[in-house]
Design a protein around this ligand. Sequence first.
Ligand SMILES: Cc1cc2nc3c(=O)[nH]c(=O)nc-3n(C[C@H](O)[C@H](O)[C@H](O)COP(=O)(O)O)c2cc1C
Length: 370
Amino acid sequence: MIKRDNQLKLLSPVRSGPITFSNRIIMAPLTRSRADNPALAPTELHAEHYRQRASAGLIISEGTNVSPKAAGYIHVPGLWSKEQIAGWQLVTERVHAEAGCIFTQLWHVGRISHPDFHDGALPHAPSALNPGRPIRTVQSGRTKTVTPHAMSLSEIQATVDDFKRAGDHAMEAAFDGVEIHSSNGYLFHQFFSTSSNIREDRYGGYIENRTRLLFEVIEALKQVMPEERIGLRLNPMMHDDGNIEVNADTLPTFDHIVERLNDYQLSYLHLTRPMRPFKNAYTIHDVIGHYRQIYRGLLVANGNYQPEEAEQELQSGRADAIAFGRPFISNPDLVNRIKNHWPLAEPDNSTFYTQGAEGYTDYPEYDPDN
Ligand SMILES: Cc1cc2nc3c(=O)[nH]c(=O)nc-3n(C[C@H](O)[C@H](O)[C@H](O)COP(=O)(O)O)c2cc1C
């Protein structure tokens, strides 16, 4: 049995710059809407949630807003104020006490927001195009996105500065690193895509322009932390009706980004593969295999992995680590379950975005005697 366990590559350590992840089972970023306090700060409840999951080789925190302007979901914590830094310090202390490693995911939702989050002002986005998406706010309940404000050059610069400040605060809060949330249809992805970015200045049009913001943010973060502590997330083939489309520009854009990432010594590139069967002439399905050929650094794969397939991905060399999202919601001891070949518990999606401990810190560890 022990021999079999030792052969699991998922359980082997992996080096990333100055850090060694103790295994290759990574906790994917998971928004859980538990920061229901006026400061939008993490609390003891967050600290306990992450402590329970500290056996992951790396925890990537829930998406964390870099500024008030970055917000588009209720009760999401931030990283711009002293109270928020103090709240995150609770979390990192608790994870480090268990010998865990934790990055924070730096988030800006762009146009997936609503004026209710901004005292009536419009959300910021590359262009004034309404994605027409459903959205929930405290004031209006279920409502719809609006036509956002196309960011001026000085607003883009202020956003770069917000990421830099949040990175600085992440170091102050003793995070081991940060992940730039440049996936899933949010601000960076909106800049990348010709379906959401019709700008005619140096942030629109050519690929170099549509991807400029991302590289400016990497450069800004490098001023406050070593680049080996910066990870980055992409979801190249995500199709999000009305927001992001997969079109003729998609593949060349992401190929360009990933090729350029080779110029840096980043901690990792985190890729999500398509989650739904969506198909058009421009979709490539094997996102992981495609970018494995291009990217020369540490590759983290995500998207509907069960332990068995995850292990195969590592054994075949297609990925260096696997990020699990939903399995980590309901299995705080996911690493131990994989190690012992114990069954996984299913998450209850009715408590994904509720408040309090239920469905958050009350998933039990596996008990082999019960
Ligand atoms: C409840 C929930 C919250 C999520 N929040 C985030 C988030 O804050 N940032 C992010 O990049 N992805 C987020 N995701 C996506 C997950 O990180 C992951 O990509 C997705 O769940 C697929 O992985 P899985 O099949 O292992 O769950 C979220 C997913 C779920 C289910």
